[in-house]
Ligand binder design. Structure first.
Ligand code: BG6
Length: 317
């Protein structure tokens, strides 16, 4: 396959005293372009692997039979301050603009810990767990004790991401929203259709949160989309994702809402960490629990998950 999206990288070696550090000059989906301590690799052999960056627990690559499924902007910034543009950033404890802190909350801009290193079971499936616990910085924005556990399960034919939210307060409950902000890689958004949303009510952020009902069996993303579909009952399918002969099935548990987002040309131009034409190469289909905040009592745990399943292609390795 000719792959215009396999980003060339040119690691710079920075020599400080006796230490040699590798620093990616631009966004890379290869583990070797990052310092070992910044990333985690789940390798299922036969060209199937995951690369997760500990900053934001952002899953920045998922290859299935040698083909990359995840979009990562060539202009994504890896300064451990700004959210990574692309991959699967985690939105918590707030979806969208937030009066207490940054847009989409702090989970995507915190350094996560490795709770469980990747381990392989008898089927060859690989599981790893990352975690995030409250600290002075999170409590200054949102004064709650919590622990997030993010489980990544790489199977031969699917990728499952699970989020568990624990309320560790002594007595208070807290409210939160959460979402997997998945950027799917496409060869061209104009050839892609999104199905599984017909008949579903959505609020359109482009139209000032106007309510509408989806009438299309297949949605063609041909402009700036920013919609929150509520109470999506089943699987959402993305055709020609990431390549023409493959389709992606996206299913969710305990995540009733689906956000469909593409910035399109004008908004792409004003995003400093997104190349002007990259809107053609991605679509975000984001499973979340965002339209009604979740209330979690102290000592309780909320769990949700997303499963991504690509169809098999005769060209797969
Ligand atoms: C989507 C929102 O989930 O994320 C959009 O619905 C937003 O409104 C987009 O523009 C990207 O957000 P950010 O903060 O990563 O630029």
């Amino acid at each position: 396959m000719s792959d215009a999206l396999s980003y060339s990288t040119c690691p710079i070696k920075i020599v400080r005293g006796h230490r040699t550090e590798k620093k990616p000059r631009m966004a890379s989906q290869k583990a070797e372009d990052y310092p070992n301590e910044d990333v985690m690799v789940l390798n299922r052999e036969k060209g199937t692997s995951v690369l997760a960056h500990l900053f934001g627990a952002t899953l920045i690559s998922w290859k299935y039979r040698g083909v990359e499924n995840i979009f990562l902007s060539t202009k994504a910034v890896f300064d451990k301050k700004k959210a990574i543009r692309g991959g699967i950033p985690l939105v918590f404890p707030n979806f969208g603009p937030w009066s207490l802190g940054p847009q989409h909350g702090f989970a995507r801009i915190k350094l996560w810990a490795v709770e469980q290193q990747p381990s392989v079971d008898g089927n060859g499936d690989v599981t790893a767990v990352l975690s995030l616990t409250d600290d002075d910085e999170t409590r200054a924005m949102w004064n709650h004790k919590f622990k997030l556990l993010y489980t990544i399960i790489l199977k031969e034919d699917s990728l499952t991401t699970k989020l568990a939210v624990h309320n560790n307060n002594e007595k208070d409950s807290f409210d939160f929203t959460c979402l997997f902000h998945t950027y799917f890689r496409l060869s061209n958004v104009s050839n892609t259709a999104i199905s599984g949303l017909k008949g579903i009510t959505f609020s359109d952020k482009i139209e000032g949160d106007k309510e509408d009902k989806e009438t299309h069996e297949e949605i063609s993303v041909d402009k700036n989309y920013d919609r929150v579909y509520r109470n999506v009952p089943g699987v959402v399918k993305i055709t020609k994702c990431p390549i023409s002969d493959r389709q992606m099935e996206v299913s969710f548990s305990n995540l009733p809402d689906v956000v469909l987002w593409n910035p399109w040309d004008e908004k792409a131009k004003v995003m400093s960490d997104f190349d002007d034409l990259e809107y053609l190469r991605m679509v975000c289909v984001e499973g979340g629990s965002v339209s009604t905040p979740n209330k979690l009592s102290c000592g309780e745990c909320f769990e949700c998950q997303q499963v991504l399943k690509p169809s098999f292609s005769p060209f797969d390795i």
